[in-house]
Design a protein around this ligand. Structure first.
Ligand code: GLV
Ligand code: MN
Ligand code: MN
Length: 409
């Protein structure tokens, strides 16, 4: 078996054990577990001949210098935060494959006509603060300082979390990628879907990343005694929220390509003998066509209003994030496809339904993504699984891609 791939697999296992929770993988932004993950990843980056630094939002950024006179930088990256009860490959695989490719250059004593910066992004999932891509936003210069006032479940503001992690929340603007002109951004990621497995292919090249809209909705009724309040006098926020959850599913199920999810729900006061007075929930809407997605978001918010009105309660909506569909660079993507073919594989193109740091990076440079087949298409689940042989292909493709980029002069 390929040594580099087996190193990547072992490192994914190790990072998969670094968690805030004892029995499952949960590694949020700026957490203690993230600090321990940084120690491990920093050591691997150094071993691959890179200079490692950490920026204010908490991205690990490692530079592999180019040959004498090199002016441009190619960014390679992905994220090392996770969802709750995560799999071990979503994010870390891309960072570790990037380090493996640089390790190959370092071992051979090769310098390319451009520098490489490998980035382990601090937050892509948005688990702690609800808003995604904090790490790549800092690099792309699109970080919104208003987010610093957001609070986590314990009431800790994002600014406090950043300070506690050793960053300066007021200096995030200075962390924009500035290592000379950028050649582009390349991200390797597990597919998180079933297409490659169905086609029998180890890797695939991403054509575009579907847009996504996130909203937070709060239904406010009236908390009341569960034993004494007659049904017709209740203003039960959870009943309204439940009707809404069903309406979201019904709407999305009847529109091709549309996916809509309520994945988070908080019930207050949250006791068996109290009629729920308040429910806060998340709404995530995605479609490859921005117009369809935006219309769906609006219609669903209107439906929430009607449900609340019918039940005599209030509902408020807060926009958490809005990202349009991103097209990958034709130039870099065709070079990735060339690399896949040069290694003797068919190069399939596929769109991504999942969001990636490449979305933010596309605001400042050309982006390309390589997907790696995953078992059953399962992701955001501890059962996430990839084959070592496919990881070996991904490393080879990335190395070939670097070679083709270098040959371009
Ligand atoms: C990131 O994993 C996403 O929500 O697409
Ligand atoms: Mn994810
Ligand atoms: Mn991911």
């Amino acid at each position: 078996m390929d040594r580099a791939a087996s190193v990547v697999m072992r490192r994914c296992d190790l990072l998969g054990s670094i968690s805030e929770e004892p029995d499952r993988l949960t590694r949020p932004f700026a957490s203690d577990a993230m600090r321990r993950a940084h120690d491990a990843v920093t050591a691997w980056m150094r071993e691959a001949g890179m200079e490692v630094g950490r920026d204010n939002i908490g991205n690990l950024r490692a530079i592999y210098e180019g040959a004498m006179g090199a002016r441009e930088t190619l960014l390679i990256g992905s994220h090392i935060d996770s969802v709750r009860d995560a799999g071990r490959y979503d994010g870390p695989l891309g960072v570790l494959v990037g380090i493996a490719a640089v390790q190959g250059l370092h071992d051979r004593g090769t310098r390319l006509p451009f520098a490489i910066e490998v980035v382990a992004f601090a937050d892509e999932e948005g688990l702690r603060y609800g808003t995604t891509y904090l790490g790549s936003k800092a690099l792309a210069g699109s970080f919104d300082a208003a987010d610093l006032d957001r609070t986590d479940a314990d009431g800790v503001t994002m600014a406090q979390a950043i300070l506690g992690f050793g960053g300066d929340p007021d200096s995030i603007e200075k962390d924009r990628s500035s290592e000379g002109p950028l050649l582009g951004y390349c991200e390797v990621h597990i597919e998180q879907g079933p297409v490659l497995e169905a086609k029998g292919l180890p890797v695939g090249v991403v054509s575009a990343i579907a847009g996504q809209s996130r909203r937070q909705l709060k239904f406010t009724g009236e908390a009341a005694h569960a034993g004494t309040t007659p049904m017709e006098h209740r203003k039960d926020a959870l009943v309204a929220a439940s009707v809404f959850v069903q309406a979201v599913a019904d709407y999305a199920e009847s529109r091709p390509g549309l996916v809509a999810t309520v994945g988070q729900l908080t019930v207050q006061p949250g006791a068996a003998n109290v009629v729920p007075g308040e429910v806060t929930l998340s709404l995530d809407v995605r479609h490859a066509d921005d117009a369809v997605r935006l219309r769906a978001s609006k219609v669903l918010v209107d439906i929430a209003g009607k449900i609340a009105h019918t039940r005599g309660i209030a509902v408020t909506t807060n926009q958490v994030s809005e990202n349009g569909t991103v097209q990958c660079s034709q130039h870099l993507t065709s070079m990735l496809a060339q690399a896949v073919q040069d290694l003797g594989h068919e190069s399939a193109q596929l769109a991504s339904g999942a969001g990636h740091d490449a979305v933010e990076m596309a605001g400042v440079t050309d982006v390309a993504m390589l997907f790696v087949r995953c078992k059953g298409g399962i992701s955001h689940n501890p059962a996430e699984s990839v084959d070592e042989a496919d990881v070996a292909v991904a490393i080879d493709v990335l190395e070939k891609f670097l070679e083709l980029l270098a040959a371009e002069g």
